[in-house]
Ligand binder design. Sequence first.
Ligand code: COA
Length: 147
Amino acid sequence: MEKRLALAADAPALAALHAESFGAAAWSLAQIAESLALETTLGLVAYDGGAVQGFVLCQITESEAEILTFCVTPSARRKGVGRDLLIGAQEATRQRQAQRLFLEVAADNTAALALYDQSGFRVIGKRSAYYSHDGKTVDAVMLGADL
Ligand SMILES: CC(C)(COP(=O)(O)OP(=O)(O)OC[C@H]1O[C@@H](n2cnc3c(N)ncnc32)[C@H](O)[C@@H]1OP(=O)(O)O)[C@@H](O)C(=O)NCCC(=O)NCCS
């Protein structure tokens, strides 16, 4: 597995992967393309043999960065791809002068919560009923890590 910065040309592959991971809540191709086009966006792609296996998009605003979205294709999960992308995001945002990295995650997303905890993120807040899926609402846990 290798990593590189995301390019505008990656948008269709990233949108397909996002749909696979997030279903009805996935970003559209236009939303992914628009995010990639912003100066403030830093994207990292994990790939193997030319196929994209996962990606993370971060937004950097001066000394703070935020993970906008992050996913790994189901067939490549539990192989360390997510951890590697997260480490890459921490390194890359630090190199762009960010001092803190934030994110929001659904309180019932045990896989992501375990990974974030291992990667040095700590709970800094909660947003009640922030997500809505399958007819129910789920809180968002706000996490932050020093870079
Ligand atoms: C969260 C996600 C990115 C993790 O990607 P991944 O490549 O499978 O993660 P890794 O293989 O690097 O896992 C690292 C650690 O995270 C934890 N973890 C990952 N998946 C887990 C699961 N399903 N259940 C419990 N712990 C899990 C484990 O501690 C794991 O280490 P281990 O495999 O040595 O036990 C992936 O599950 C995913 O894309 N989920 C859907 C989208 C999503 O929820 N994105 C995050 C939104 S905030």
